[in-house]
Design a protein around this ligand. Structure first.
Ligand code: PBG
Length: 328
């Protein structure tokens, strides 16, 4: 007897019958870059097909995503330089257009959408860092109350899930307690648990104009060489009350997604970041890769590694391909 694995690959029906991993639109999260004003639709140069949108434009874009079955969105603010300061004050200020956006989306779509926030100082900070800067240092404990205020303002605006992307120690516990003492026990926390100091965030920093003015983020984001440290971060986030644990970026860190999935019983999220998407887009624009084949393969690999949910700039395009019957 010869074992012949090819028997199980012989026809399309058999291959579909035996498919181990399925990726549906309900697992995907579409990021939006929001800007102040009206009728703004400004393409991000290093992210073709992605736009900084004012709220009115974003409402219509959200509607078209919903029609394709995308229900989860993560929102980021592109803030005018003149509104930035050392303490990221605008992040929790009452007239912040970003907070207004949650109110508008929720009044328009209610609980048919799942809205995830971004908690970190960098979009609002004149230093371009995720925490408070003093000299060459990024202060940890002094940053927590600022993150807490930001999270509370987002919960009040109607957010479903708070997304701390800052990597300060102890911030999940801090935010959880601020939410709970203010009557927001039902609002979740998707923690950026294993967020690496990665070169793949470049295009995102262009989108928000949020690159650090000085230094880098290596004293708070993780070293790409480390895997066991991700388990330590996970242990802390789990015990501090995170509802989801995220790995970021996704593709160069599939082993990290896998190890967290094996060790923890809460949902694992993966962030297929800007640089991962832009390098694929660039190769496709050059005719070096075929988008409709390479993009779904990339997303599927992230799911196969163990991600329950995937944040990706390709969410809408994937949903469109599914609708068009191109993903059999
Ligand atoms: C910062 C933040 C970053 C991203 C999400 N939140 C960049 C950074 O840490 O500098 C990157 C997302 C992407 O590249 O798509 N708080």
């Amino acid at each position: 007897m010869q074992r012949r694995p090819r028997r199980n690959r012989r026809t399309a029906i058999t291959r579909g019958f035996l498919k181990e991993t399925q990726l549906s639109t309900s697992n995907l999260v579409q990021p939006f870059f929001l800007a102040d004003g009206t009728k703004v639709k400004d393409e991000v140069k290093s992210m073709p097909g992605n736009f900084r949108m004012s709220i009115d434009v974003a409402v219509e874009e959200m509607r078209s995503c919903i029609e394709l079955g995308i229900r989860s969105f993560i929102l980021f603010p592109a803030v005018d330089e003149s509104l930035k300061d050392k303490r990221a004050t605008y992040g929790s200020s009452a007239n912040n257009f970003y907070l207004k956006a949650f109110e508008v989306f929720k009044s328009e779509f209610g609980d048919t959408v799942n809205l995830i926030t971004d908690v970190a100082m960098d979009p609002y900070s004149s230093d371009g860092h995720d925490g408070l800067v003093e000299g060459d240092e990024i202060l940890n404990d002094e940053t927590l109350p600022i993150l807490g205020d930001m999270a509370l303002a987002q919960a009040k605006a109607g957010a479903d899930i708070i997304g701390p992307s800052d990597m300060m120690d102890g911030r999940v516990e801090y935010i959880r307690s601020v939410l709970d003492t203010n009557g927001f026990e039902h609002v979740g926390i998707m923690s950026y648990t294993a967020k690496y100091a990665s070169a793949f965030y470049g295009p995102f920093r262009d989108a928000l104009d949020s690159a650090p003015k000085k230094g880098d983020k290596k004293t708070y984001q993780m070293d790409p060489a480390n895997k066991r440290e991700a388990l330590l971060e996970a242990e802390l986030d789990f015990s501090e009350g995170a509802d989801y644990m995220m790995v970021k970026p996704a593709l160069p860190y599939l082993d990290i997604i896998h190890v967290l999935k094996e060790n923890y019983d809460i949902p694992i999220a993966a962030y297929n970041v800007s640089g991962e998407c832009s390098m694929l887009t660039a190769a496709c624009q050059n005719g070096w890769l075929e988008f409709e084949k390479a993009m779904p393969e990339m997303l599927l690999s992230i799911k196969r590694a163990g991600a329950d949910v995937i944040i990706t700039y390709f969410a809408k395009e994937y949903a469109q391909m599914l609708k068009d019957g191109k993903l059999q």
